[in-house]
Design a protein around this ligand. Structure first.
Ligand SMILES: [Zn+2]
Ligand SMILES: [Zn+2]
Length: 368
């Protein structure tokens, strides 16, 4: 039986999102129906509403969430109704050469799941009966969603859903970027451009790894305040403190060991690279416009031997990393409570997006 429920839909780029009653088909083979309990509002969702991520509307937004299985499709006997699930917004097939090599965030199947489930099904229909796209093959900013088995991460059922939801994107992406991709060493210096939900978790990852100096750069003072809570030892607001690269060089004696870009702009990618010391590592985590370009001084690349690494979804294995991150939270070593600075009803999703654009929250969470 199909179910009806509310969903947050982008109908047109650069217009407010709409909250609509949609119909979700019952789960097919290798699929489950999830009833969502909490949904994070991530910058990538905003990027899908303004064309930065060119996903053609109408698209049901949402990729950072937590819910419970309410119905199992055929062949899903290894799961049970009631299992607590975080959607994994990159499907991981376990079979391709990247999955086999321990790099499931590069899974070849990701490209199959930008707008529909990875098996091609489109389970969501609007009131007029038209099928809607699903953000990153999940589309979980809704009361219900059908997910493919390769997008499921089963977690400890005792984890509070609002906290767990954030681990599904911001925390995995940020902490993973610092630990899995950069492999930040104890005693090192780090600079993080952008102190939004992901940037704060890069900072938290650097702190977990034992970095000695962690510099946060952002144009919004409130976010720099959050950054200090998550472990930043220094903050720079370029609008009042001047050139961020010069400041970072001054604070670190010539450049940071690791630089992270968590904004997604060509200009800040170049700044991140420039703020890293000779032989250091710059990690690009933010999602740029698909036609954006970053230009680097070519001779410097040769002379300074810096590495530039991309990092998607924390560059690890979400299915094993996410349950580990939740354990760290349960042991009091990972900050999740402090991330949630505002909660919303699903009806208030347009306001949640406005607040995200203004940068007033560490993370806003929709509770169902
Ligand atoms: Zn996200
Ligand atoms: Zn794969």
């Amino acid at each position: 039986m199909s179910v009806k429920g509310k969903a947050v839909v982008c109908r047109q780029w650069n217009q407010p999102v709409s909250v609509e009653e949609v119909e979700i088909a019952s789960p097919g083979p290798n699929q489950v129906l999830i009833q969502m309990e909490a949904i994070g509002v991530c910058h990538s969702d905003l990027s899908a509403t303004n064309g930065t991520m060119p996903l053609p509307p109408p698209v049901v937004l949402g990729h950072e969430a937590c819910g419970r299985i309410v119905e199992l499709g055929e062949g899903m006997r290894d799961y049970a109704v009631g299992d607590k699930i975080i959607p994994c917004w990159i499907p991981t097939c376990g079979q391709c050469r990247f999955c086999q090599a321990g790099r499931p965030t590069l899974c070849d199947d990701w490209a199959k799941a930008f707008l529909s489930l990875k098996d091609g099904t489109r389970p969501i229909r609007d009131a007029a009966g038209n099928s809607l796209n699903a953000f990153s093959g999940v589309g979980v900013m809704a009361e219900y969603a059908v997910l493919h088995r390769d997008n499921l991460i089963r977690i400890d059922p005792e984890t509070p859903s609002d906290k767990a939801a954030l681990v599904g994107c911001a925390v995995m992406t940020g902490v993973g970027g610092a630990i899995n991709r950069a492999r930040v060493q104890p005693g090192s210096s780090c600079v993080v451009f952008g102190a939004g939900g992901v940037g704060l978790n890069v900072i938290q990852g650097c702190a977990l790894a034992g970095a000695e100096t962690i510099i946060a750069v952002d144009m919004v003072d409130k976010k720099l305040g959050f950054a200090q809570q998550f472990g930043a030892t220094h903050t720079i607001n370029p609008s009042t403190d001047g050139d961020a690269v010069a400041k970072v060089r001054e604070l670190t004696g010539g450049g940071a060991d690791y630089g992270f870009e968590a904004i997604g702009l060509g200009a800040t990618i170049v700044q991140t690279y420039s703020a890293v010391r000779k032989g250091g590592t710059a990690v690009i985590i933010g999602v740029p416009k698909f036609d954006a370009v970053a230009s680097f001084p070519a001779a410097m690349m040769f002379m300074e031997e810096k590495a530039i690494l991309g990092s998607a979804y924390g560059s690890g294995s979400p299915k094993t990393d996410i349950p580990k991150l939740i354990k760290l939270y349960q042991r009091g070593r990972l900050k999740l409570d402090e991330l949630i600075t505002q909660t919303y009803r699903i009806e208030d999703a347009p306001r949640a997006f406005e607040d995200l654009e203004k940068g007033v929250n560490a993370r806003g969470v929709i509770l169902l």
